[in-house]
Write a protein that binds this ligand. Structure first.
Ligand code: F6R
Length: 248
């Protein structure tokens, strides 16, 4: 893991958005698709703001972009205010020229017995697209990446999981109470994430400082899934000063 500390999350997000835009333009020139792995939550929103800006002001096109989102709550209707489908539409997809058929987000509306097949198909779609070029990640206080909570294995694939209590507590205010937070989600696995060619994990604020220190300097273990990123050859952590404050 390489760590880069920026003086603000705004500047850090600009830096990340530029790397993504460069990949898209480079692939355009080659007549190829760019495959992006995307995250939701508060961390990547400024990156998406910049990508929308590049589209509107600099003509950056997303016609050659395929996206795979990390996760979605289960069950979840796509038009719910809590849905990650809705989140992605509002923050990015509604404002750019990506083709709807190139957007892939785990489906929170499935019957439980259909989830397994959906997850296998999701993995196959990533492979068929040639693999993820850049996977964007946030990190949860439990050390989760995607919704791979403590106990997730190194080789886990896309699947239905149970959310950690800490993760549900962190989401409780958004859901107006812990009892309203879903107990499950569909998430890409640790193995899915690690198969990306490049990984960019972002973290802002002092609330992330302890877990960033663990992820970068802690021993590699299932109880802190983000430590598995230490195994990846091309993984950068992009931090603001507060999130980096516990690094030695
Ligand atoms: C979201 C995701 C999660 C978040 C993490 C941090 O798709 O996979 O791992 O990245 O929970 O959330 P925020 O950014 O809201 O602090």
């Amino acid at each position: 893991i390489n760590t880069y500390v920026h003086d603000s999350s705004q500047n850090a997000s600009f830096f990340v958005a530029n790397e993504i835009a460069d990949l898209i333009r480079q692939r355009q020139k080659q007549g190829k698709m760019a495959v992006l792995g995307l995250a939701t939550g508060s961390t990547p929103t400024k990156v998406y703001d910049f990508l929308v800006k590049f589209h509107k002001e600099e003509g950056l096109s997303f016609k050659n972009v395929i996206t795979f989102n990390l996760d979605e709550y289960f069950p979840m209707e796509p038009d719910s205010i809590h849905s990650y489908v809705r989140f992605m539409n509002e923050h990015l997809f509604d404002h750019i020229d990506i083709k709807k058929e190139n957007v892939n987000i785990p489906d929170g509306t499935l019957d439980k017995e259909d989830v397994r097949e959906f997850c296998e198909d999701f993995e196959k779609k990533i492979k068929d697209a040639g693999g993820i070029d850049i996977q964007v990640l946030g990190i949860g206080r439990t050390g989760h990446i995607g919704f791979n909570e403590p106990g997730s294995s190194l080789i886990s694939k896309t699947r239905l999981v149970r959310l950690d209590r800490v993760t549900r507590l962190d989401a409780a205010s958004d859901f107006f109470g812990l009892e309203n937070v879903p107990t499950r989600a569909i998430t890409m696995g640790v193995g899915t994430i690690l198969s990306a060619k490049r990984i960019i994990l972002m973290a802002w604020g002092e609330g992330k400082a302890m877990i960033i220190n663990e992820a970068v300097e802690g021993s590699i273990r299932e109880s802190v899934p983000a430590t598995f990123l230490q195994n990846h050859q091309n993984c950068d952590f992009i931090l603001d000063e507060a999130a980096a404050s516990e690094l030695t």
